[in-house]
Design a protein around this ligand. Structure first.
Ligand SMILES: Nc1ncnc2c1ncn2[C@@H]1O[C@H](COP(=O)(O)OP(=O)(O)OP(=O)(O)O)[C@@H](O)[C@H]1O
Length: 280
């Protein structure tokens, strides 16, 4: 069993993230400024899956870091569930998963998953119950006592996702979580993530370099361009009625159409290549 979202967990305006005119300027070398983000407007609804895609340096990670209160805008504002990013962090409103699973090698799988609960003083028996739920959710019940180096890359990433979900966050922030995995494992993980999201109802802000991954997973794909980092367009990628996000959807015409649309926006045409974006 997983923790579903309760009604009182839903904000009045139904918005998980609201970015209004967000800009982030870094001081570069030789006095030059780097405009990592410029006038970014974005709303992510409760339970919505939104991907950020764009060439290297377009500000995807910067935006994610601002949402996670690891960085701050130099202009504009950003709220998470209607609160400041600082308050959302204090309230543990989101879980984070990055490309490197970042597991503690001396702790078992169960102890890694339960770490956030331990840090926040959850009682041992409650912790155990929750860890069991989470391991079931990510299909790793039989590996509770294993250590990270006894697991494959995909399994380690599933442990990281379970850990990110430990406190039933309403929002998951994911930066290239499947970037280091082989293609087959990656597709399997995508299917798992779709299932986990539908079971938990969490909203997701997902950074990826893969167009098919973004289109497969997302309700909307935010296409970005670098220098300055801006949103070019937001593409609706929800499967139409009659389609679910499953293996069949990967062969559907609408899937290819949406991929072609995102690719066109990124490359200015279907053939040219943009640095840092995978089209496979
Ligand atoms: N701490 C920093 N100091 C100076 N410049 C920075 C800093 N962090 C990011 N930048 C610059 O901001 C721009 C956006 O970087 P960011 O990492 O957000 O891009 P990205 O789209 O996530 O790139 P990638 O796809 O390569 O991960 C880049 O030009 C980068 O060099």
């Amino acid at each position: 069993m997983t923790h579903a979202l309760t009604d009182d967990a839903v904000t009045k305006d139904g918005c998980a993230i609201r970015a209004s005119g967000v800009g982030r300027v870094f001081a570069g070398t030789k006095g030059h400024q780097v405009i990592a983000l410029d006038d970014v407007h974005l709303e992510v609804a409760e339970g919505e899956f939104v991907s950020l895609i764009g060439p290297s340096g377009c500000g995807k990670s910067t935006l994610l870091r601002i949402v996670a209160d690891l960085d701050h805008p130099t202009s504009g504002s950003l709220t998470v569930f209607g609160k400041s990013t600082h308050q959302a962090r204090v309230d543990q409103d989101y879980g984070i998963a990055f490309q490197q699973a970042g597991l503690l090698p001396w702790r078992t799988v169960a102890a890694n998953v339960g770490l956030p609960l331990e840090v926040h003083g959850v009682a041992r028996s409650d912790r155990q119950t929750r860890v069991e739920e989470l391991l079931e959710l990510v299909g790793l019940t039989d590996f509770a006592r294993s250590y990270p180096d006894q697991l494959s890359g995909g399994m380690q990433q599933r442990v990281a996702i379970a850990r990110a979900l430990a406190e039933s966050p309403r929002l998951l922030l994911m930066d290239e979580p499947f970037g280091a995995l082989d293609e087959i494992t990656r597709e399997r993980m995508q299917a798992e993530l779709v299932r986990i999201c539908s079971e938990t109802g969490a909203a997701v802000l997902f950074v990826t370099h893969s167009i098919p991954e973004a289109v497969f997973l997302s309700d909307r794909v935010v296409v970005m361009t670098p220098r300055p980092g801006r949103i070019i367009e937001i593409v609706d990628s929800r499967p139409t009625a009659g389609h679910a996000r499953d293996d069949e959807f990967r062969d559907a015409e609408e899937f290819f159409h949406t991929i072609a649309r995102v690719r066109e926006l990124l490359h200015g045409g279907p053939v040219a290549a943009a640095r840092g974006v995978e089209t496979r």
